[in-house]
Design a protein around this ligand. Sequence first.
Ligand code: ATP
Ligand code: MG
Length: 439
Amino acid sequence: MSAEQQEKLGYLKPAPRIIPRGEHVISRDSISENALKVLYRLKNAGYEAHLVGGSVRDLLLGREPKDFDVATDAHPEQIRELFRNCRLIGRRFRLAHVHFGQEIVEVSTFRAPHHVSDDAGHTEDGGRIVRDNVYGTIDDDVWRRDFTANALYYNIRDFSVVDYVGGVADIQSGLIRLIGEPERRFREDPVRLLRAVRFAVKLGFRIHQDTERAIAVLAPLLDEIPAARLYEELLKLFLGGCALQTFEQLRGHGLFASLFPQTEAVLAREENGFPQTLLAHALGDTDRRLAENKAVTPGFLVSALLWSPMHAEAAEFMARGLAEHEAISMASDAVISRQVGRIAIPRRFTLVAREIWQLQSRLARRTGKRPQRLIQHPRFRAAYDFLLLRARSGEPVGELADWWTEFQRGAVIPEPVEPPPQRRRPRRRGRRGGIPNRR
Ligand code: ATP
Ligand code: MG
């Protein structure tokens, strides 16, 4: 009998390590009231109910969980019967969302990895999982999770932590380790490549060497992820509070190139000359703003992520004789349309980026009534912030940026519009009783 057949029949199912209530740090005080309500109601209805995933990991680390996910043996319809405030969502995964005002507790039914149930039809060529809706028990469910640190269960029946995969030890030693055979698990779902980096950065963990080796080999698999899913991941990567480090690690692991090929091409070129720092500054600013609970817009992020390829392409158009604003407009179209083929960034955000770029050329014109008009533009603030960013990154716009700063304080007055060339001829004397302004 093959190992897989034995596994199917349950012979090799390893027993979990159960860490009793007194031997771990998780207390009910640090679990949201709503999550506790969900756990208890499931339990009282006779189902198994566990907190699972990122919340257990974060509680063990003494961090505040972003949200609470629950795993149970109740099926989605059974969950819905228990909660009035419940919606079933998802096609690939059918999940229950239990709503409490702003807070959503996500409840998922234990699932079996595809090979435990039947082998037919659950993976595409290359091993990618396309359907994953076969219900199972907790000791099936654990093996379909990604990293050991994400595969711990907190059992509401006895407040123990259930650990099948050595997750507690890996959390203690700060390791992100894929469960099972890394290459197969990355092939099943290449988004895990990005998740590995995201969690390593967010938690300050190292990526286990076997997992890391597989990332280096399998980075090209990112190309297979649908553009819509990549957009969701993009937000988690760059709006999670550690954008700068995440960017550096993504580049280090050869994953950034697949997300932003045009940007990577310029970065690679520029690093031989002087390094392109605008993106690094923008990501650092994003992290600082998030830390201060200030708003950040994906549109500004997009404008920074794609600035260097757009700028380079616009320069080529200008070298061919196009006016700056036309060159920027055409380069924006080209760069954005290539990028959204890769990552489905919604139009409302690519429009913001376009406007910010377009306004860069208008910011250079500061005579007459133009500055006063520009200041009223709804995107002026973002465009001005972007100009500051360019100045800080060593682009030759420092003087211009200072001018705008002073102008907004009312400390400088725009020069009058230069008269068009044909009117520069000396005028008749004494028209306004003064001496004509000759240059
Ligand atoms: P975060 O703090 O970012 O919410 P998380 O670990 O809770 O981290 P989620 O994306 O909310 O991450 O997913 C919840 C759990 O579902 C994970 O901890 C993991 O067990 C499982 N999971 C999520 N995505 C995958 C995936 N692509 N492959 C395997 N398991 C996954
Ligand atoms: Mg989560």
